[in-house]
Design a protein around this ligand. Sequence first.
Ligand code: ADP
Ligand code: MG
Length: 255
Amino acid sequence: MARSRKTSGHRPSASRSDTIRHEDAFPRNEVIRLEQLRRIYGQGDAAVHALAGIDLSVQEGEFISLMGPSGSGKSTCMNILGCLDSPTSGRYLFNGVDAGTLTSKQRALLRRNYLGFVFQGFNLLSRTTALENVELPLIYRGVPTSERHELALDALQAVGLADRAHHTPGELSGGQQQRVAIARAIVTRPIVLLADEPTGNLDTARSIETMELLQSFNQEQGITIVMVTHEPDMAQYSNRIVHFRDGCIEREERL
Ligand code: ADP
Ligand code: MG
């Protein structure tokens, strides 16, 4: 009998068979494709090959960890995935669209409509409440006020912080601030969530809470996650670990 596989996202289970692997029979949507991606900083003798030819394919519903030594190119890769930077050569396809062919306005729309971001330092606005922080991406999208409140409250509820909606970040613990940041990232229902060391500033208990939250959004809402982490324990929450070294993918590990 086929080994039952850890599933992610909402996949129609009725079509699964014991003999044919589901993903073989019904290929999932490839949300991210990197082809021979290179990013060179500087020129001539001073050139730094931050990414030296990366090939990577991420399917919808995957939860991926990027690991590797400091300076191996993880953040450079995340910046390109987030459309905050462009490769020197090679291609980045998002949902089949070559990001290199988009105008800067289209790239901004891609970020706003399809991507969510979570950072190590939370990056919340300090003078505004948790609710207002979570509402911010909806304001950019032009969502009307009452609907905005409702969606933001739902998102805060989903991270267990509905009762802290009117607190400012300074009135919240680090773990709570990261949960607000996660609510802000998922309130727009992104296709892909990009998280650069989301537990880097948290203690172990808060890190585990954060990873359980990310895992639940991956499994229950099917949000694809690409996360950078230094911590093997946190990488265990993902489905695949991609190991970087010297701007290249050294190996991949399926969990
Ligand atoms: P990681 O996130 O894995 O620690 P980075 O992607 O930040 O690695 O960096 C990869 C390499 O690119 C490093 O050698 C770093 O010094 C270099 N680098 C990163 N950003 C810049 C930049 N803006 N200008 C020049 N070199 C950079
Ligand atoms: Mg980095």
